[in-house]
Design a protein around this ligand. Structure first.
Ligand SMILES: [Zn+2]
Length: 150
């Protein structure tokens, strides 16, 4: 796709970013959050320029609820995507809300380079890196080092 460089996964156009931000807000409309009333939408940009969205899906058995970010990631991976230059996350709050710890870890699984956009309804955003959100990240590299010691 135009504007998406093969060499630098984080090189995407401003128009792509705008689409990503808007899709995260649109994704909130499908939120299933009857318990918390806390709607969350996420939109994930793939390295081929696709945008996969997700919303939070709560459950009466609260622990089974899944966040919007992980919904989008699981959808995307199941569709065959593995590289994600950016993800946008939004709520109904008039402030920047960051992904929970579980989502940070799942985003990190697919690369520490992913740009994370915390988005307000007016499309204003705060851009963060996975490393900022999850310092001292545990990744597959840690498992590889452990297996080399045996
Ligand atoms: Zn989460």
């Amino acid at each position: 796709m135009a504007g998406i460089s093969k060499d630098c996964t984080n090189n995407y156009q401003e128009s792509t970013l705008t689409s990503l931000l808007k899709r995260s807000i649109k994704a909130k409309e499908h939120s299933h959050s009857p318990y918390s009333k806390f709607r969350v939408g996420a939109a994930l940009l793939t390295d081929t320029g696709e945008i996969i969205d997700g919303c939070n899906v709560e459950n009466a058995s609260y622990g089974l609820s899944i966040c919007a970010e992980r919904t989008a990631l699981v959808k995307a991976v199941s569709m065959g995507f593995k590289k994600f230059p950016a993800i946008a996350v939004t709520t109904d709050m008039n402030e920047f809300i960051a992904p929970c710890g579980a989502c940070r870890q799942v985003i990190a699984e697919f690369g520490l380079e992913c740009d994370v956009y915390l988005v307000k309804s007016d499309l204003s955003y705060k851009k963060m890196s996975v490393s900022e959100l999850l310092p001292l990240t545990f990744t597959s590299a840690d498992l590889e080092r452990a297996s080399l010691k045996k």
